[in-house]
Design a protein around this ligand. Structure first.
Ligand SMILES: Nc1ncnc2c1ncn2[C@@H]1O[C@H](COP(=O)(O)OP(=O)(O)OP(=O)(O)O)[C@@H](O)[C@H]1O
Length: 257
């Protein structure tokens, strides 16, 4: 599916957060949203989800404006992982992942709902946590449950807000590998990230935002230069390229940052 964001502007009350944002993500692509804190990445994801309605511009999925979709059909299409769950409920991991199937659930879960939940938990290696209470998990385990909830829905589009939050080094790569594999299978992903090295490694396209605007948009190697990192983040950095792997080493904060 193709997700197109066209000239979107959004304000919370009178406070403008997104300014004429245009970007798109195609099937089989991971598009990473980068930018400093407060740049508008989460707000853009929440607009794309249909949870916020932009005052200007449109968000279009395969040619159809998201606000023209039946809400349940839109909910089936999109798997969303928020930055954090503000409160946790006394639910087990299994029950929480089952909630991901909500747009499909009848009065009782069907065999295919149970299968989808099992598959998602297996993919993330959290079957052993199935009967643990969500409140008893570590931050990283909870992060994996959130992703399993989104994947259990078997959505065509993934909107992921910092899915590697709280994860150790191994789990960060594990989760990004899973995202890459499911996207290769024909999904579209837009992923907000802070880790430039993960973005360089996994993104097919990078969109860099600052103050609600898109400053750069394109292939990781073309977009993420030392100059761009300095002007966007106020950090002097070296971008290295060794054996086909590009990576960023941050050096110092700039005086003017
Ligand atoms: N519900 C809200 N009401 C009012 N202002 C908000 C709300 N949510 C976010 N904002 C403001 O909108 C701006 C963009 O926030 P947003 O969370 O989209 O940025 P972000 O790029 O995701 O940041 P971070 O990297 O810190 O998660 C910030 O200035 C923030 O204070």
């Amino acid at each position: 599916m193709v997700v197109s964001v066209k000239n979107v502007s959004f304000s919370y009350g009178g406070f403008q957060v997104l300014r004429d944002v245009t970007m798109n993500a195609r099937e089989g692509e991971i598009v990473c949203l980068l930018g400093p804190n407060g740049a508008g990445k989460s707000t853009l994801l929440r607009c794309t989800l249909g949870a916020l309605r932009p005052q200007k511009g449109r968000i279009i999925i395969n040619g159809v404006d998201i606000f023209d979709f039946d809400p349940i059909e839109l909910a089936k299409l999109i798997g969303y992982v928020p930055q954090a769950i503000e409160r946790t409920f006394p639910l087990t991991v299994f029950e929480s992942v089952l909630i991901g199937r909500l747009p499909y659930l009848g009065w009782t879960p069907s065999q295919s709902d149970i299968e989808a939940v099992r598959n998602a938990m297996k993919l993330l290696g959290i079957e052993n946590l199935a009967w643990k209470n969500l409140n008893e998990l570590s931050g990283g385990q909870r992060q994996k449950v959130l992703l399993a909830m989104a994947l259990a829905k078997e959505p065509s589009i993934l909107l992921l807000d910092e899915p590697t939050n709280n994860l150790d080094l191994n789990s960060q790569l594990e989760v990004m590998d899973i995202i890459r594999d499911v996207v290769k299978d024909g999904k579209t992903a837009i992923v907000a990230l802070h880790d430039l090295n993960l973005a360089l490694r996994y993104a097919d396209k990078i969109v860099i935002m600052k103050n609600g605007r898109v400053l750069a948009n394109g292939k990781p190697a073309e977009v993420l230069s030392e100059n761009v990192i300095e002007s966007v983040y106020g950090v002097k950095a070296i971008v290295k390229n060794e054996n086909g792997l590009r990576y960023v080493i941050p050096l110092t904060r700039c005086e003017h940052a």
